[in-house]
Design a protein around this ligand. Sequence first.
Ligand code: AMP
Length: 424
Amino acid sequence: MIKAVRGMNDILPDKTPLWQRLESSARVVLLSYGYEEIRLPILEQTALFERSIGETTDIVEKEMYTFTDRNGDSLSLRPEGTAGAVRAVLQHNLHNQAQRLWYMGPMFRRERPQKGRYRQFYQIGAEAFGMPGPDIDAELIVLTRRLWRLLGLRGLRLEINSLGTATTRAQFRHDLVSYFSASAEKLDEDSRRRIQSNPLRILDSKNPELQELIQGAPTFERYVDQESEQHFRQLREILEHNDIEYDVNPRLVRGLDYYGKTVFEWLTTELGAQGAVCGGGRYDGLVEHFGGEPTPAVGFAIGMDRLIELLRETPLNDMARGGNEPHLYLIVGGAKYYGSALRVAESVREAMPQIRLVTHCGSDSFKSQFKRADKSGARIALLLGEDEISQGLITVKHLRISSGQVTVAQSDLAAYLQKEFASL
Ligand code: AMP
């Protein structure tokens, strides 16, 4: 049997209502802050990711699904959304004015699959272009908090940090190289390789044996320039003014190369090792790096798979799961009546576009059709048998209350149902 690719999961109907709830809540929140949707391709030129995420990051070095197209182009499945958003903004000249954009969809990284870490996973991302101040950084954080609230999620913790500017980071980097070079023999192979290529990433290492060495490394605070310092101070003031609790984590660097100034992450303790549910930050240099006008930019990405795990635990979940059952289940007395059954069903759908009506397909006994009707969760079963057809009637049976059944003229059915489901 052919199975799904490892780390790429089917989302089955018992889970999709939860996904739909997350998606619709996110749409409501993003729209309410004036963010507009942008839909981007899933495949891009490999060079886009190499140049934006950074050639020495884990993602580009070993996690991308890359292949050569028939014409020789190197293409990759997108491992994240920011690079594509920047490309689109530049390609269509959207960066000349302030832009608030969002997107939602699958991302691909060839990581080792485990709970909360998949090879195809889903993100909701927002990117704001053209706004340099801490006000927009704070807006993005407040927006995510509003989403957690709307979803009924509690207990998420915010960490923030400032990565300074390219110049201060260069000094910091220089000192990190010296520090780690002096203790190279204590590092693991991955980190040793990174001393020169990407020493900041060593700080991100999860290897417990390196933690002591990492704790002793220089921290960025000592290098921060005045402008970044002020930006960070203002951001903290805005957050405090809005009762947003946070911890400053000087070790928060995030995996991607292009971040500067603000970085932030929302974390939970409820998902074991994969505790980050949202990561974001400022990447003021990236648009220019791709040949555009210097354009400040800041964004975040929410890990939807992890949020779904959290949502499974909330009481609201039952409501979401209960939302999809049909209102009506149509029982049909045999193959002779298939045509009439479909006609009746279509007339109901025509009159009530919101109604969920399932027609029983297949010539099963009335008894087994009623069983299916009951199991479907429908409130009302409609029955079309020989007697009904010959007289232009239809039998209506309430399945959840014991008020028996009534027979109505087929021509009156829609009016009858409109009364029964007045709230639709
Ligand atoms: P990143 O772009 O790595 O900062 O990721 C942003 C968010 O996406 C993280 O905080 C996670 O919630 C989620 N995420 C990243 N990688 C994965 C993965 N392999 N599987 C599931 N979720 C992921």
